[in-house]
Design a protein around this ligand. Structure first.
Ligand code: MLT
Length: 260
């Protein structure tokens, strides 16, 4: 599938960085970070299958592998051999699938507010419930997510951010939500994948992230050989690039300088 994407930055002398968004959002969530990095990097921000301006998810069996193959197709279209691949939450699951399926295209990995573990039975059942609810009543089935996607600091003091994320959630296509939920439910554990990757990594987590916690971040860090550095983003929950883009951009700028 040909994904929609935004291409930031004009420095094509180094491998670019590709940033993959969270569920149930789209590439625009990375805009503030991409703008801050664009002075020194080329940054590509796609909309994953079904989200944003990308086509409907289609009829393929839901899988993060399919999403990873879409990213490989994007790199082919842009004539890019290797890139640093970064992703937040669902985007992180796709990064790990890239390592399994397209390792030679990966110059380094950035894992933000995500985890290497697979779902347990209860989590898979919740995803199926959400998939069915959104197909029945539409994106309003997702409204309760807003409470946990953003941290208490954002809920208390960043009214515009809360409103923007609410609007993004309401724009999501039900078919994409259902497809992505089933894809995430089917994903394997990626702990071995990170151990075997032989690639530089960096782990980022919002200090107030209650969905993918600092324990999840630490577990990913120690899976790398040698362990990847972990950066905690203050005043941010699960959507740290949206809640504290200055801090996330600073971390990524330094990490990228060390990788490529
Ligand atoms: C996300 O932010 O992408 C989701 O929390 C991922 C998930 O549901 O596991």
């Amino acid at each position: 599938m040909n994904l929609a994407y935004v291409d930031y930055g004009t420095d094509h002398s180094k491998p670019p960085v590709v940033l993959l968004h969270a569920f149930p959002l789209f590439g625009a969530m990375f805009e503030p970070v991409a703008i801050r990095l664009a002075g020194s990097r080329r940054v590509l921000v796609p909309d994953l299958r079904g989200f944003g301006a990308s086509p409907e998810p289609g009829t393929m069996e839901p899988s993060v592998d399919v999403m990873a193959d879409d990213i490989a197709v994007l790199l082919d279209r842009l004539d890019i051999e290797r890139a640093v691949i970064g992703g937040i939450s669902m985007g992180g699951y796709v990064v790990m699938a890239m390592l399994r399926r397209h390792r030679v295209r990966v110059a380094g990995v950035i894992l933000i507010d995500t985890k290497a573990s697979k779902d347990d039975d209860a989590a898979r059942a919740d995803r199926e419930r959400m998939a069915k609810a959104v197909l029945t009543i539409g994106p309003r089935a997702l409204r309760p997510m807003l409470g946990t996607l953003l941290g208490p600091t954002t809920h208390r003091g960043r009214r515009e951010t809360v409103d923007k994320v609410r609007m993004w959630i309401e724009q999501t296509r039900p078919e994409a939500v259902a497809w992505a939920q089933r894809a995430m439910a089917a994903r394997p554990s990626s702990t071995e994948t990170l151990s075997a990757a032989g690639v530089a990594g960096v782990v980022v987590v919002g200090a107030e992230d209650s969905i993918t916690t600092s324990d999840d971040a630490l577990a990913m860090s120690v899976a790398f050989q040698p362990p990847a550095p972990v950066h905690v983003i203050v005043d941010a929950g699960h959507l740290s690039p949206v809640e504290n883009p200055d801090a996330v951009a600073d971390v990524l700028r330094d990490a990228l300088d060390g990788m490529i």
